[in-house]
Design a protein around this ligand. Structure first.
Ligand code: ACO
Ligand code: ZN
Length: 226
């Protein structure tokens, strides 16, 4: 686990002197002016995007010792919809999505995890769907493959050809890099299951992930098996 209050020197990297910014999580080389410039560019925008000032009306759907989960709906006040959009863009740019439109923006539900430092460290977009295609397990395990290679080869996942019923599609799930492995994604999904359809609790099989990344797939297979 990374120490949040410290810059991490990674001497093993190609670029000597790579550090991880403890507020925006960007890894860059302090010796490289272009890198440093890119960081400056990215940093403020990122920090502003995830900053949460508090709203007059908040739809709190879960509360924890280290934060709370807010639900934002398309017809909510502009400040709420705008913040949800801002965080979704941060997530999208990290996921490499460009201008991906939601399948039904008027019905998308956005869940935001706000931590006690008033930062939105988690974002999940859920949409109503009727069916999904199961991602098939790969034959070989690719244990030695780098993440980039894995990403390259698995951009198109092998899916079954017969659709299965599902009710809730997760089109985005993102957790701030410095807040991962603290079960934030797990808690957001548990909250989706109990609040997505009023008065009912969705089972894990009624939820489907769209186009998962390697991280997303590791998380999803763990979540669905427990
Ligand atoms: N590698 C291996 N196992 C993992 C990983 C990983 N990177 N991430 C989660 N898991 C498994 C672990 O078993 C973990 O339990 P543990 O920490 O006790 O070992 C369990 O899943 C639960 O993980 P959480 O802590 O709840 O997950 P987290 O809050 O870290 O968020 C997420 C996971 C959302 C995938 C995060 O890594 C992320 O934002 N990644 C970048 C964006 C991304 O790829 N999102 C998924 C896109 S797919 C889509 O949007 C439909
Ligand atoms: Zn930074």
């Amino acid at each position: 686990k990374q120490d949040h209050n410290q810059l991490i020197i990674d001497a093993g990297q190609k670029q000597f002197g790579a550090v991880t910014c403890s507020s925006c999580g960007m890894v860059y080389s302090i010796d490289n002016p272009e890198d440093t410039f890119q960081h400056t560019q990215f940093h403020q925008r990122f920090v502003d995007s995830i900053k949460f000032v508090g709203w007059k009306k908040e739809r709190v759907v879960s509360e924890f010792w280290d934060g709370k989960i807010l639900l934002v709906l398309p017809d909510d006040p502009k400040y709420a919809v705008k913040k949800a959009e801002e965080v979704r863009q941060v997530a999208d740019s990290e996921l490499g999505f460009q201008q991906v439109t939601l399948s039904s923006p008027s019905q998308a539900k956005t869940y935001l995890f706000v931590n006690t430092d008033r930062m939105v460290v988690g974002c999940l977009v859920a949409e109503h769907i009727r069916q999904a295609y199961r991602v098939l397990e790969q034959q070989d395990q690719h244990k030695d493959m780098s993440k980039e290679d894995f990403m390259e080869r698995h951009r198109a996942w092998c899916c079954s050809t017969s659709p299965e019923p599902a009710l809730c599609g997760i089109s985005r799930i993102w957790v701030f890099s410095l807040a991962r492995r603290q079960s934030i994604a797990t808690r957001m999904l548990d909250t989706v299951r109990s609040t997505f359809i009023f008065g009912s609790h969705l089972s894990k099989t009624e939820i489907a992930f769209s186009d998962p990344t390697p991280d997303g797939k590791l998380f999803a297979s763990n979540y669905c098996n427990t």
